[in-house]
Design a protein around this ligand. Structure first.
Ligand code: ADP
Ligand code: MG
Length: 838
């Protein structure tokens, strides 16, 4: 979908413009694209000014190119300045080209039919009606000064402003004096700044906390706002933010009134700085509910609102890429109306409709992009395979039959269903790309073994790749058990495989003697060549990059093979669609029968002795226990210290038992030794940081004690809990909370007392903490939505997915929908960030 730079070396205006705005949106971090970094891309583009550009302008382009070469060593302010300057130059160049030849097709491909373009160009050059591409400085009511200010927000043209959606609204009709605030009401307080401050959370370095004390004649009010994310912890950002709230300034704060242990407050309210306490809000005769826009230094809310009002008539020219039939089917209003009403809706009904349409668009183009990619992958596979024998894997063969006969249990319904789904994929010539989600213990390995056997009985090899050595070894052990019963050899290849063994494996793979290989990243090294690889199984697939997964798939015969991904981290369907919309997803949402639920209890710090009693009793019965301490990545050193201390302390608490220690700073040999000792029952208690989450499998362990459990997400706790109860004995999970943990945090943990269902827990986790937090730093790649929320807009997401599926089914290349296609190219890349810098 991404085009290479055009043949005539003309700059790609649209991509340039988007690159600049995405870089600004992402905090000037020198975005990494698929091929280039942001600054490299810009340097190349500016080194190639369009041929028709006048000499002086060409020189400016070249100067910018030279500046971008120095971008990596620039300060934030310098970067900001250069990006703004580039946008200005770009806009001017476009305009001067437009002046030079009006008949030339507009190079901006600004999603309008050419006839309309021409008309608009003429109109605005006559100073008449507004056009979407008109610079804001040329809009009469905004003027040069206003336009220059708006440029600080990245808004240059009429359409930029129309598509700058309000992040909230403030209802000035609900103004209440501070002394009359009642918990549970949504209100607006207009009051004066007494003080404000910023500090970084001591628990989470990525969280910055903004505190504002407001005062009106009736009382004082303290307000707190949270800013999660690295870029807010920079002192420069904080300083700039604070300077918007000088002492004495009038601020409107709007939100839900809450009572906490410090008194009355507003919960994460929307804030707006006013120039005066009254009068000025009346300046806009548009009712009392006003849009609130993200602002920056020197750009007032008033300016943005007035400017939006001035350009609002142009919203009728906003193109509508969605066909009428589709809009009717999904009950969507048209885009021009939606855009007009997201800013200044006459009532909340139309606002809801406007929002629904714009949220739909955000989801729709993402799904369309993902599905289109999936379609292209499948097609590529088919083309590859057409050159050779079809790589269909036989699903009704001896091996699978024999395996079923050997199994000491019946498959669960969920396993049977997922196996059917996989086998149906394998039976096709297009390569499978399926993700199996299932809780720990749901029986994913059995499912993977069936797929592996399908490959072997069809004369192909299979590979299983896991993200850590520990996990790879575990899989290897399980596979050996199963496959040896069928007289099939399996080998393990990791970074620590000895050279001789490694060579032997390499050669047995090449001859085809070795049908199954399990391993880590070692599998994707260049030296590893398969005779005929038909299936790649990737465990905990989110821990691998796209490239790594692709590399394994390319080791298939003819450069492609079926891929089965597995994950024990169930995520809600909305998230799965967003992150893995290009995969087919199967869920094993049922545990094998007879599993006893892990008895889970939330305990406060002072009840620790009860927890130790339980551990003692279990150990007296010959069982073992884990004690897990939270690990925050940035402060690994500190946590290391606490892990060592806890280890020593517990050795004193349990003098008759041996305690082991496992943490992320240990070498992999040390880790292996610690795990082996626990596995072999040489140690009875294993004190560990969260590394234990993946890959320790000791069926004899029956107690999982988690310290400061409130610092973990529900999903992660559920994962940890899955380490016990693997041996059929009754198992226990104790969630210890810190004495200072908030009541809310403790309540959150109660979900785990009452449920064992990973999918439900993940759903709750996402609702409570939001998708970004829930996924944590391990899984990034979540697209940026402007209006849409994965938690609240679930229903619209499902509709958008459905719509995208229909469109792709009907016309996968989108030839019949040129506008939709153009819109997709911009949006999809933008949402996933960086991809456009190709
Ligand atoms: P996962 O990889 O999903 O965590 P495993 O495949 O390792 O789970 O299975 C966990 C345990 O349950 C294994 O000991 C496996 O043999 C067993 N098991 C798998 N499927 C079933 C089933 N249908 N009935 C009973 N036990 C099963
Ligand atoms: Mg497993």
């Amino acid at each position: 979908m991404v085009q290479s730079p055009s043949v005539d070396h003309a700059p790609d205006w649209e991509r340039l413009r988007k690159a600049l705005s995405v870089e600004a949106e992402r905090g000037f971090s020198d975005l990494l694209g698929r091929e280039f970094r942001f600054h490299e891309f810009l340097e190349r583009q500016f080194n190639n000014p369009p041929a028709r550009l006048a000499g002086s302008d060409r020189q400016r382009w070249q100067n910018l190119a030279a500046e971008f070469a120095r971008y990596p060593s620039m300060t934030l302010a310098q970067r900001q300045h250069l990006v703004a300057e580039s946008r200005r130059v770009l806009l001017q160049s476009e305009r001067s080209l437009e002046m030079r030849s009006r008949s030339v097709r507009e190079p901006l491909s600004r999603r309008k039919p050419p006839t309309v373009n021409l008309q608009q160009t003429v109109q605005h050059s006559q100073g008449g009606e507004l056009s979407l591409s008109q610079p804001l400085t040329e809009v009469r009511q905004i003027g040069r000064r206003g336009g220059d200010r708006l440029a600080r927000l990245g808004l240059y043209r009429v359409q930029d402003l129309l598509e700058y959606f309000p992040r909230d609204r403030i209802d000035y009709a609900r103004q209440v004096p501070i002394s009359q605030l009642e918990p549970g009401e949504t209100v607006t307080v207009v009051a004066q700044v007494q003080s404000c401050s910023f500090f970084n959370s001591s628990k989470n370095k990525k969280l910055s906390i903004f505190q504002l004390t407001l005062k009106d004649p009736t009382g004082r009010l303290k307000i707190t706002r949270f800013y999660p994310g690295n870029r807010y912890s920079s002192s420069r950002w904080q300083y700039a933010h604070k300077s918007q709230y000088p002492r004495g300034a009038t601020v409107a704060a709007s939100g839900l009134v809450k009572k906490n242990k410090y008194g009355i407050t507003l919960e994460n309210p929307d804030l707006e700085v006013l120039e005066h306490a009254d009068a000025r809000i009346e300046s806009l005769s548009v009712g009392r509910v006003l849009p609130v826009y993200a602002l920056t230094d020197g750009v007032t809310a008033d300016l943005v609102r007035k400017s939006v009002l001035a350009v609002l008539p142009a919203s009728q020219q906003i193109p509508e890429p969605l066909p009428k039939k589709l809009r009717e089917k999904y009950d969507l209003i048209d885009r021009p109306t939606a855009i007009a009403n997201i800013h200044f809706p006459p009532d909340t009904d139309i606002l809801e409709l406007a929002r629904r349409r714009l949220v739909f668009d955000e989801f729709f183009y993402l799904q369309l992009g993902l599905l289109k990619r999936r379609h292209e992958l499948k097609q590529a596979g088919e083309v590859q395979l057409a050159n050779s024998q079809a790589q269909r894997l036989t699903i009704q063969g001896q091996l699978i039959e024999q395996f079923y006969n050997l199994l000491p249990f019946n498959l669960t319904h969920a396993q049977t269903r997922v196996i059917q789904e996989i086998l149906a994929d394998l039976d096709k010539t297009s390569p499978m790309n399926r993700l199996v989600q299932g809780d720990v213990g749901a029986g994913k390995t059995v499912v993977a073994v069936v797929a592996i056997l399908a490959a072997i009985q069809s004369g192909y090899q299979a590979a299983l790749m896991a993200p850590t050595e520990v996990l790879a070894e575990q899989h290897y052990r399980k596979l050996v058990d199963w496959l040896n019963l069928l007289q099939l050899p399996v080998e393990l290849l990791t970074g620590s495989t000895k050279t001789r063994k490694r060579r032997q494996i390499h050669s047995q793979l090449e001859t085809g003697e070795l049908p199954v290989l399990v391993g880590t990243h070692a599998l994707i090294q260049d030296k590893v060549n398969f005779h005929r690889l038909g299936l790649a199984v990737i465990d905990e697939q989110h821990r691998f990059g796209v490239q790594q997964r692709a590399k394994l798939q390319q080791k298939g015969s003819n450069g492609i093979c079926h891929v089965l991904s597995m994950t024990a981290t169930p995520i809600p369907r909305t998230l799965a669609l967003t992150l893995h919309g290009d995969l087919d997803v199967s869920q094993i949402d049922e545990l094998p029968p007879g599993r006893k639920p892990i008895q889970t209890t939330v305990l406060a710090g002072k009840q620790r002795l009860e927890a130790y009693d339980l551990i003692r009793r279990q150990m007296a019965m010959g069982h073992q226990a884990y004690v897990v301490l939270p690990l925050v990545e940035e402060s690994e050193k500190l946590d290391l210290k606490s892990a060592v201390e806890e280890y020593e302390r517990l050795q004193e608490v349990f003098p008759n038992f041996r305690v082991g220690l496992l943490h992320g700073r240990m070498t992999s040999a040390e880790k292996d030794a610690a795990i082996a000792a626990f596995h072999g029952h040489d140690t009875q208690i294993l004190v560990s940081t969260t590394v234990v989450e993946v890959g320790v499998d000791v069926p004899n362990a029956t107690v999982m004690l988690i310290e400061n459990a409130e610092r973990f997400g529900l999903s992660q706790l559920h994962q940890l809990r899955g380490r016990v109860g693997r041996g059929g004995d009754r198992a226990y999970c104790i969630l210890m909370t810190h004495p200072k943990a908030s009541p809310d945090a403790k309540q959150r943990l109660e979900v785990l007392e009452s449920s064992q269902d990973g999918f439900l827990i993940a759903e709750m986790d996402m609702q409570l903490r939001g998708p970004g937090q829930m996924l944590g730093t391990r899984q990034s790649g979540l697209p940026d939505f402007v209006l849409a929320s994965l938690v609240d807009d679930r229903e619209v997401l499902i509709l958008a997915r459905d719509a995208a599926e229909r469109v792709i089914r009907k016309d996968p290349s989108l030839e019949r929908y040129p506008r939709m296609k153009a819109e997709l190219e911009i949006r999809f890349e933008r949402m996933l960030g960086g991809a456009m810098l190709q």
